[in-house]
Design a protein around this ligand. Structure first.
Ligand code: UD1
Length: 427
């Protein structure tokens, strides 16, 4: 599948943000921590959510999705083994390890391995489980962790890993005694997970700071919980508005979650008004060049790096982007180059010399955020762009094409078009 975009139309109107993918996935995994039913609302309809539902079903949970709501209830006895095929498809499946270990005393989850944006090891997750008394071994490609009863521990994370903080927090929720995570990730999605677990009866303090304290409780109970809006989706639409000289209201967003991104878009020359749950953005000029450095929250999010690079390609000058979170997250640069962008990669830095206009082309999405970046480039480019590999976009953006169309973009979802394949519009 692909997206066909006829560029050059300013985006105008209102767009509604769905629930945060990166909050939904760990929270769904956290539902394993109770025998009661759990209902999670505002869950976006995404491929990654479907994959997590499949993982949960495979380990014995009744998991049903309808109307943006995911219901999880205990089915047969939990099978503490996650299937290779699903974990291979989505690394976030690894988030079932902590809850399984806490509930079953054992968990077997395939080694997630590397992916398109880098090595992405899980050593910090495992270090946390070991500190809580688990034995960890690797057998036939599976990581196997065992602990009759997890014990509270002091855990220092070398890197404030989002996934490790979440996995350890979930395991610690049912452990004996207190666990302290030092240098914890402060992302809003970590806070949402802590709030969700507390609503189930957990005792977690310090979510959103670098020191999280979890006092283990005997059991957790069922809950109905609504997750936070997706700040990465909101950032993507804000950048799209800025790139197309548009005027857009983004609804269902928590502006404080977007401080770093909005600061940069303002620096580019956009007018931004923050409401309580909305953001108005208007751009009247070509973007000024800006430099960004990706960092853990509250720094500039690595997930917005690719879309932001698309914006820099049409800035009136040279911008520098430093990627410090993942080591190999510039695959979109080469594809943007096919549209006329001038980007030089120098180690962890991308030097982007802005051009007045990009030219539509056929490009390939290599991962989720790269797919978003190429689509934004297509919206601002002259002529037609075809972004191939939309399955990546569907992993993380709900109704992406429909929402862009709602803002007046000339965009359709299609089978890969043969016009480009015949080479007519190929640069
Ligand atoms: C989560 C997000 C992803 C986002 C990333 C960083 C989800 C489902 N995904 O991914 O969209 O891009 O945070 O904001 O929430 N690392 C280690 N050892 C570990 C774990 C991580 O070295 O055990 C390294 C990683 O290789 C990476 C850095 O830490 O360089 C940050 O990764 P991490 O925060 O764990 O990202 P994820 O939780 O996988």
């Amino acid at each position: 599948m692909s997206i066909l975009i006829r560029g050059g139309k300013p985006l105008k109107g209102k767009v509604w943000c769905d629930g945060a993918k990166n909050a939904a996935l760990p929270i769904m995994a956290g539902a394993i921590l109770t025998d009661d039913s759990v209902e999670i609302k505002n869950v976006p309809f995404l491929l990654d959510v479907e994959t997590m539902l499949s993982v949960l079903r495979a380990i014995g949970v009744n998991a049903v999705y309808s109307g943006r709501s995911a219901k999880m209830s205990p089915g047969r006895r939990l099978q503490p083994e996650a299937p290779y095929d699903l974990v291979r498809r989505m690394r976030a499946s690894f988030l079932v390890m902590g809850p399984l270990l806490a509930r079953c005393g054992t968990a077997a989850v395939p080694l997630p391995g590397g992916c398109a944006i880098g090595q992405r090891p899980v050593d910090l997750h495992l270090k946390g489980f070991q500190a809580m008394g688990a034995t960890v071994s690797v057998e036939h490609g599976f990581i196997i962790a065992k602990a009759n009863r997890l014990k509270g521990a002091e855990i220092y994370l070398d890197i404030p890993s989002v996934g490790a903080t979440e996995n350890i927090m979930m395991a610690a929720a049912l452990a004996d005694g207190e666990t302290v995570i030092e240098n914890a990730a402060q992302e809003p999605e970590v806070v949402d997970l802590a709030n969700f677990l507390n609503a189930m009866g957990a005792d977690i303090k310090g979510g959103g700071t670098t020191r999280i304290r979890i006092s283990g409780v005997k059991e957790l109970h069922g809950v109905e919980y609504s997750i936070i809006p997706d700040r990465i989706e909101a950032a993507t639409f804000a950048i799209a508005a800025a790139m197309t000289k548009g005027k857009v209201t983004i609804e269902n967003v928590i502006p404080t979650h977007l401080r770093s991104v909005l600061a940069k878009i303002k620096e580019c020359g956009a007018y931004i008004f923050e409401g309580a749950r909305s953001i108005d953005i208007e751009m009247l000029q070509r973007p000024e060049p800006t430099n960004i450095k990706t960092q853990p929250y509250p720094g500039f999010p690595t997930d917005v790096q690719a879309p932001y690079m698309a914006l820099c390609t049409i800035a009136a000058g040279t911008s520098i982007i430093s990627e410090t979170v993942f080591e190999n997250r510039f695959a979109h640069a080469e594809e943007l180059g096919r549209m006329g962008a001038r980007i030089r990669i120098e180690g962890p830095n991308a030097v982007i010399e802005g051009v007045p206009r990009l030219a539509g082309a056929q490009v390939q999405a290599t991962d989720l955020r790269a797919g978003a970046a190429l689509s934004l480039a297509g919206l601002a480019a002259e002529g037609e762009t075809e972004v191939i590999g939309t399955e990546h976009i569907e992993r993380g953006y709900c109704d992406f094409v429909e929402k862009l169309r709602g803002l007046g973009a000339d965009v359709v979802s299609t089978e890969a078009s043969n016009r480009f394949h015949r080479g007519i519009a190929r640069p």
